[in-house]
Design a protein around this ligand. Sequence first.
Ligand SMILES: NC(=O)c1ccc[n+]([C@@H]2O[C@H](COP(=O)([O-])OP(=O)(O)OC[C@H]3O[C@@H](n4cnc5c(N)ncnc54)[C@H](OP(=O)(O)O)[C@@H]3O)[C@@H](O)[C@H]2O)c1
Length: 186
Amino acid sequence: MSRILYETASTFNGFIADESNSLEWLFAVESDEAPAVAPTATVMVEGSTTYEWVLRHEDLIAQPHKWAEYFGDKPTFVFTSRDLPVPDGADVRFLQGSVADALPAIRDAAGDGDIWIVGGGELAAQFLDAGALDQISISFAPAAVFGGAPVFPRALGPERLRLLSANAVGQFAHLVYDVLPATPAT
Ligand SMILES: NC(=O)c1ccc[n+]([C@@H]2O[C@H](COP(=O)([O-])OP(=O)(O)OC[C@H]3O[C@@H](n4cnc5c(N)ncnc54)[C@H](OP(=O)(O)O)[C@@H]3O)[C@@H](O)[C@H]2O)c1
């Protein structure tokens, strides 16, 4: 069965974007290897802030061919309560409401491949709340910001996390944790 992976880059003090939704701290890191790409994923899932940021940053409505260059033909599921534009030819599917209700459509599109939660942290946390988060991979950058979008806004203790690997990837510290199932209260 598909695994559900939250893979992202973060400042070392725990933010995936600063207070202006900027990723300048990330682009400033000199590294040959791009962090936060889940190669086994066949579908991507993201919140609308992340989706709109990518559209704006890459000018994808005006230059839709760039969508395929970056994301290929993988379906992208975007959680939103609003009507948002889609680059011509991109396979973007909108969802809203509970993760549990949305999961069958996401799993169906993923087939045997993995599901990559691109971000943000609150959406990844909604997957945890639904008991549907298998792995968290974070590339910590050598940067700190004052505040912004938190990498994972939930409490999660060591009884739920197992460290699988910790590697230096260029200037990034890449940590991978398996998320263990919650034990039922007795
Ligand atoms: N460092 C990295 O690698 C990395 C990775 C990803 C993102 N980012 C950045 O981090 C920031 C992400 O910010 P974020 O965590 O605040 O936002 P986000 O998860 O990208 O988007 C949040 C928005 O998604 C919609 N949404 C979320 N859950 C929903 C649900 N269950 N049903 C319907 N709509 C739902 C809501 O907006 P509406 O309903 O109003 O549409 C919500 O305000 C962005 O600036 C992004 O560029 C960084």
